[in-house]
Design a binder for this molecule. Structure first.
Ligand code: ADP
Ligand code: MG
Length: 303
């Protein structure tokens, strides 16, 4: 497996002055597997825990449970080794790049840090990578403030590719770009996936955006995976009421007063029944080549 996430939980401790420490659960027993070279979309509304899961996988924050990447158990002491397996591309390409440095210097940096190759070899690698991200060699001598948002995001992707990782976590990587530029970056990811066999965990709050790119889609709600399956199945025949809500253009169903529901989504669900007082497990809902699972007692198609 390229990525194995097992029962990963995470909570933030918040403490206001004079108040008791409070622990807010952000990830609640997440299981996730990715075979090599897969493009998996991770979607859900803002605050559901997508970035936190990405940061756990990258080894940037602690968690309970276990994660392994390309056979290497995640361990914060192994950050250097892990950097050669997994890299990230984030939303904001402006703040990710030092404006004072030239593009060539920025892209070479991961190789310098990891003491890989001679100066000449590193420059050759930069040239090859520029070609991969669709920019010509002259970009090496430019500084990032001269570049457009799309070009800057290409540089971030190029930097992430320098150590030849097996997995890239793209966290809202096109969310700050114009629609047409975002579409070009999506095409670039698809192209890189084809040419390099790159695995991609594509995080987005927008299911419609990721659907065309992804092999599978996982839907997250309040730190739990509530549905996972083939992109086509999840998009065209969503099983979980929350996935339907994400796809609806209709206004959101407001949360009703808290009650003792076992299902985290019940207070917003139009289809809840007494059964939902018990916490639902992720359950296989149909036999298809790609398993399709939903965490719902009353999943669609009903019955
Ligand atoms: N450093 C932090 N300290 C306390 N709470 C945090 C911190 N980072 C994120 N959170 C909380 O964790 C939850 C999930 O956040 P996040 O993973 O960023 O969600 P998403 O990426 O899906 O929008 C949110 O409720 C957020 O307020
Ligand atoms: Mg986020």
């Amino acid at each position: 497996m390229l990525l194995q996430v097992r029962r990963v939980s995470n909570a933030y401790i918040t403490k206001a002055y004079f108040a008791k420490k409070q622990s807010q659960t952000v990830l609640d027993g997440v299981d996730l597997d990715m075979p090599p070279g897969e493009i998996l979309g991770l979607v859900g509304e803002s605050g559901c825990g997508k970035t936190t899961l990405g940061r756990c996988i990258l080894g940037l924050i602690g968690y309970e449970g276990s994660i392994s990447i390309d056979g290497l158990p995640q361990d914060r002491k192994r950050r250097r080794e892990l950097a050669r397996k997994v890299q990230a591309v984030f939303q904001d390409p402006v703040s990710a790049l030092n404006p004072a440095k030239r593009v060539g210097w920025l892209m070479e940096e991961p190789l310098r840090i990891h003491r890989i190759g001679t100066k000449q070899e590193r420059i050759k690698k930069v040239d090859e990578t520029l070609e991969l991200i669709g920019l010509d060699g002259s970009y090496k001598n430019r500084r990032t403030p001269e570049l457009s948002g799309g070009q800057r995001q290409r540089i971030c992707i190029g930097s992430a590719l320098m150590l030849e990782p097996k997995l890239i976590i793209a966290d809202e990587a096109i969310s700050s770009l114009d629609v047409s530029v975002g579409a070009q970056i999506l095409n670039l990811f698809q192209d890189l996936h084809r040419r390099l066999g790159l695995g991609l965990l594509f995080i987005s709050h927008n299911l419609r955006v990721v659907y065309h790119l992804c092999d599978r889609i996982a839907v997250m709600y309040r730190g739990q995976i509530v549905e996972i399956g083939g992109a086509e199945a999840v998009y065209s025949a969503p099983a979980h009421p929350y996935t339907r809500l994400l796809l609806d253009s209709a206004p959101e169903i407001p949360a009703s007063p808290p009650e003792d529901w076992g299902c985290a989504f019940a207070s917003r669900c139009a289809f809840k029944t007494k059964a939902c007082k018990k916490p639902p497990e992720l359950t296989a809902i149909e036999r298809s080549e790609t398993p399709h699972l939903a965490r719902c007692w009353n999943y669609f198609p009903l019955g």
